[in-house]
Every structure is written in C-alpha cells, then in structure tokens.
Design a protein. Structure first.
Length: 255
C-alpha cells in the first residue's frame, strides 16, 4: 500500500480524535493540570510534527496510569508528560526531521524554557518543583542521544513517553517515515527488540515500570495481530476503529 495514503488515513483519523480524546482527558485532570494541558493544546505544530497533538494526549494519559498503579509523584511527573515535547511547536520540521539528534536537543531546550513560563503562570508550583520539571523536559530524549537516564523520575517519565511508540498511530507513522526499505514484518521485529520485549541485535530500551510494560505489551500484541492478519489491506476501514479501541483501553487503565 502507498505510504502517502497510509499517512492520509492516519491524519484524517487523528484530526477527528484530538478534540474528543482531549475532552475525556480533561475529566481526569485537576484544575491546575487542566490549565497546563489547555496551554499545550493551543500550540500549533508543523507538517513534520503532524502526529504530535495525539502524542500530547496519549503520553499524559499513560502517565496517569503509571502514577496511579506505581504510587508515583503526580505533581512532578504529570506536568512533565504534558510539557515534554512542546518545544517542537517552535521548529519547522519536515518528514522525519524530529529523529535528528540536533533537533531532539533543540526541542528539549526550547521546551524547557516554554515549560518554565507555563508553570510560573499557573502559580501552583514552587521554585524547586519548577526546576525539577524543566530538568526532566531537558533530559527526556537523552537515550536517543546516547546519554543514559539517571534518576527514578527520568525513567518513570520515560515509560509514559515510550508507551506511545507501539500505539497504532505512532507505529505506522514510524513505519512510513523511518524504514522505507523494510517490510512491515521486519519493522515489527525491530520495534519488539527496541522496546526490550525480546532480545536481539540493535537498540533496546525496556520499560522501567510494571504498568509501562503492561501498556507496551498490550499495544505491541495488537500490532503483531494486525500484521499476521494482513491489516494493511483494510487499513482505511479499520484504522480509526482500532485507534478508538486503544483509547478506550488506555482510559480504562487511567480511571
């Protein structure tokens, strides 16, 4: 199937889902959390970040589940999950520019400054909390730059971010952008290894929390099922339905 067609199907489905899923997420947020999320929702992203608005919903949603099930620090981790990629809104990206090491570093630095301004405007965070959140924003993509994460908070936030990788929109977005010469089965094998779900050659970064691993396993098993059943042949008719099913599952974990 033509990859430009796959993208057009995903773009249409994501545009329909953004408002619906954002409203559902807001119901799980406190007043101060809602202020931050609404600031993020106002941002505009370039063509090269067309998937970012869905990412900015899925990551906080999964962070809520991880926080709840692992008894973690919500005041630090959830704002970080909402704010970590806002720096991309300041960059004019095309294609897979977002994968470049210099872009990953630049968006983290820009995002940290933007995050600091948003956090100060809410008036709900003290200096130490703001410094901690912006530090997490600055370092969240360090693994892609060959720099290991050091603190528990860095690793916990990383799980929420990594949980987007096997999400249906992200998986097929990466397939059409990153490995154009590979078959879908070959790409799937690499993704399973990269998420630490099976040993093999290449980059591997396992989940750090039980909940992160649970989410990742559920989503990746759906990708395996799709590929085994020839999902691409019916992509147009099935993609939006299957993305809705994944949102239903993720919200059920977060409630």
């Amino acid at each position: 199937m033509d990859k430009s067609y796959i993208k057009s199907v995903m773009l249409k489905a994501s545009e329909s889902a953004i408002l619906i899923q954002a409203k559902k997420l807001l119901k799980l947020l406190s007043e101060e959390e809602s202020l931050i999320f609404n600031e993020v929702q106002k941002l505009k992203f370039s063509e090269g970040s067309w998937f970012r608005p869905i990412h900015n919903i899925v990551v906080p949603l999964n962070m809520i589940s991880i926080i709840k099930n692992e008894s973690l620090n919500r005041k630090i981790l959830l704002p970080t999950a909402m704010l970590h990629d806002i720096g991309y809104s300041k960059l004019r990206l095309k294609g897979n520019d977002w994968t470049r090491s210099d872009i990953r570093m630049k968006h983290s630095i820009l995002g940290a400054k933007m995050a600091e301004n948003i956090l100060r405007e809410t008036g709900s965070f003290d200096k130490k909390e703001i410094e901690l959140i912006i530090s997490l924003v600055k370092t969240h993509d360090n693994p892609y730059r060959g720099i290991p994460l050091k603190t528990a908070l860095e690793k916990q936030h990383r799980d929420s971010d990594r949980s987007f990788v096997p999400f249906i929109l992200s998986f097929y977005k990466d397939f059409i952008n990153l490995d154009s010469a590979e078959t879908l089965k070959e790409f799937l094998k690499k993704r399973i290894i990269s998420l630490g779900m099976k040993p093999g050659k290449g980059y591997s970064e396992p989940f750090n929390t039980k909940t992160g691993k649970e989410i990742g396993s559920y989503l990746m098993n759906r990708r395996i099922e799709e590929i085994e059943s020839g999902f691409l042949k019916n992509f147009n008719n099935q993609f939006e339905k299957r993305m809705d099913e994944e949102f239903i599952y993720l919200f059920s974990l977060a409630k």
